[in-house]
Design a protein around this ligand. Structure first.
Ligand code: HEC
Length: 168
C-alpha cells in the first residue's frame, strides 16, 4: 500500500497547488483592481439620461381646488385661525369675526379697528380674493395687522374656505 513518503508527497503537491492559486490571486489583485476603486468620480458627463422624469403633478388652480374642496379637511386648518378669529357672528377677537366671510364686504365689521391695509375696500371677499389673502396676508395687503405667515397649499386654502363657508 502507500508508504508515508507517498502520502507526504501527495499532501505537499496539493498544498503547493493551493499556494500557486494564492500567489496567482494576489498577482491578479495587484494587476487588475484599481487602488482608488472607491474614489469619487473625477468628472461626470451629463448625458441627461438619469434626469428625474418630469413629474405629472399639475398645480391646481384655485377654482379647481375649490370645486373639489373638502370642508372636513378644512376644519383641521381652522386651528391656524381660531387664535384670532371666531366663526360666531359678532364675536371679534384679535381679528374680526369670520362668520359669513365668503362674499362678505371687505373690512365690514362695525366696531372692528381695521388697519386700512386690506385690499379693495368696498369689494367683497370672493373665494378667490380670500385665497390670495390667506396665501400671503402681508403680500396682498402690505401693512395689514393680520400677523399670519400664510398657507401655501392651494388645496389647504380651498378646504379651509369651504369649511368657513359651511360653518356660516
Ligand atoms: C395673529 C392673529 C391672526 C391670525 C392667526 C389670523 N388672522 Fe385673519 N385677521 C387678523 C387681523 C388683526 C385682521 C384685521 C386685518 C387688518 O385690518 O388689516 C384679520 C383679518 C382677516 C380677514 C378680513 C376680514 C374682514 O372683515 O374683511 C380675513 C378674511 C381673515 N383675517 C382670515 C383669516 C384666516 C382664514 C386665518 C387662518 C388661516 C386668519 N385670518 C388667521 C388676525 C389674524
Amino acid at each position: 500500500m502507500f508508504d508515508t513518503m507517498v502520502i507526504t508527497k501527495a499532501v505537499a503537491a496539493f498544498c503547493g497547488a493551493l499556494l500557486v492559486f494564492l500567489l496567482g490571486n494576489w498577482a491578479a489583485m495587484e494587476l487588475y483592481v484599481p487602488r482608488n476603486a472607491n474614489a469619487p468620480q473625477a468628472y461626470i458627463i451629463d448625458t441627461g439620461a438619469d434626469d428625474e422624469p418630469a413629474e405629472d403633478v399639475v398645480e391646481l388652480t384655485f377654482e379647481e381646488a375649490f370645486e373639489m374642496a373638502d370642508a372636513a379637511a378644512g376644519s383641521r386648518l381652522w386651528s391656524q385661525c381660531r387664535a384670532c378669529h371666531s366663526l360666531e357672528e359678532g364675536r371679534n377677537g384679535v381679528g374680526p369675526y369670520l362668520y359669513g366671510i365668503v362674499n362678505r364686504e371687505i373690512g365690514d365689521v362695525a366696531g372692528f379697528n381695521y388697519s386700512g391695509a386690506l385690499p379693495q375696500a368696498g369689494d367683497v371677499w370672493t373665494p378667490e380674493i380670500l385665497s390670495a389673502f390667506i396665501e400671503s396676508p402681508s403680500g396682498v395687503a402690505p401693512g395689514t395687522s393680520m400677523n399670519f405667515r400664510g398657507i401655501s397649499s392651494v388645496e389647504d386654502r380651498a378646504n379651509l374656505i369651504a369649511y368657513i363657508e359651511s360653518e356660516s
